[in-house]
Design a protein around this ligand. Sequence first.
Ligand code: GLC
Length: 552
Amino acid sequence: MAQLEQIAAPGSEWWRSAVIYQIYPRSFADASGDGIGDLPGITSRLDSLKDLGIDAIWLSPFMTSPQHDAGYDVADYRDVDPLFGTLADFDEMLAQAHARGIRVIVDLVPNHSSDQHPWFQEALKAGPGSPERARYVFRDGRGKNGELPPNNWESVFGGGMWERVVEADGTPGQWYLHIFDATQPDFDWTNEEVKEEFRSILRFWLDRGVDGFRVDVAHGMVKEAGLPDYAPVADADSMGGNDEDVPYWGQDGVHDIYRDWHQLLAEYDGDRALCGEAWLPTLKQTALWVRPDEMHQTFNFPYLMTAWDAKALGDVIRESLDEFGKVGAPSTWVLSNHDTVRHTTRLAATRLPHGEGIGPKTPNKPAPEISLARGRAATTLMLALPGSAYLYQGEELGLPEAMEIPDEFRQDPTWFRTEGKRYGRDGCRVPLPWEADAPAFGFNDTGLSWLPQPAEWAEYARDAESSDPTSTLALYKELLAARREHGFGNGSLIWEDAGKDAVAFRRGDVHVVANLGTKPLPLPAGATVILKSQPFDGDALPVDTAVWYTTA
Ligand code: GLC
């Protein structure tokens, strides 16, 4: 780990300031050529990530899974799905990443397993009242013969949150809870065996040398006692809903689990970290996940969900620094991930309820030029903020959302469970373009791709962008190098006033300003621009543009 120690500033844990790059393994690089990315593919492309200048990678799940929710339905938490390779491939990838000074975080999915997990299969066989069923949330149904679900909760992916089972004797039986797809039964986190099993899973990956975990659905693991009825606000903006008081999100009981895990991680060297995927409607609530004895980081989803509006953006940054600061945690920043419309498209779109996505029939699709300009400006601002930042694979190429995926290729369970009413998340999951002139744009050498790549993605291919100093890739490299040089991951900022249409602050000698208005914004006399989100001439900052500058 000698090389890794140089990354963090002395005396501070690496995760406080790290830039962490999310790899979605099925769409990153495909060494086997079957159309689905894999671990050897990741290993083969690590040099390009080193070159980009990130500190760590987070891998979405690659564990054994029937892939009903792209691997977020785990059947064996201690093995690699053959689609992605083997445990030996994982060890090799980890060693190669560490050799390049890149830390590795893996995804842990503790809210639910796959219905193919041996425990769930045992639960089905063992019947009502058994210890096997007690590991999941089985309940008798309501109605005369138990024919109605135990409550009225609705799955995040659409439809009800309960599935009825057929008992061993062939009769309709109990119901089990699934916040997501029916193939993803929720664990009962009041059950000691579940707790013990996950401690052991954490140790399995920590012993292999991972630097931490991104914890899936970290706000959903504990449900309100008695499972009271609750009807969500229609068209919730996020996976945490719009209400602060949802009986399956953000329950107090989750915090004891994280305190337990915090201590377990602390037994290991190297500042291993937990990052929570906790979708909660307010920053005040979100900050509870990162109190000093709980998780180390949590995703800043209120920031991700903020529209391209100067007041809203300034407010959410202020509140983030304030709320996370109160509990002594770094703020995190994130604009894109595998569950949301890519920010290069989203920031020019109208409101998008969670999981809605954009598809061929969506009216008024965002114009690509505006989207890219906003996306680049948003990142230019984000990478100047103190704290840790998450990037999602492909955003360094400026990839837009793939908005024309034909229906027959769709794979997101949201699409199926809403009978096509919501396109879901496939549009941000399309395999990456590496080479403009190669089959599948260099994703593999066979030309296969589990989701079709838009033809115009040739212009976003990494090799094409590598030789273009004005490309989004060139901008990301500049930003990451300058962020490191100036130590912007640590420290604090000073707000500046650049008018109501701008977000502006100072980091030491460097002024950062983004123009979210409709008119060019004059820069101060004597400003020397050191970095700009897109090329421009003259001394006024164009709309949808951000700069870093110094003054004499
Ligand atoms: C998280 C994942 C998402 C998945 C869901 C269920 O939100 O990010 O992709 O569908 O959990 O596991």
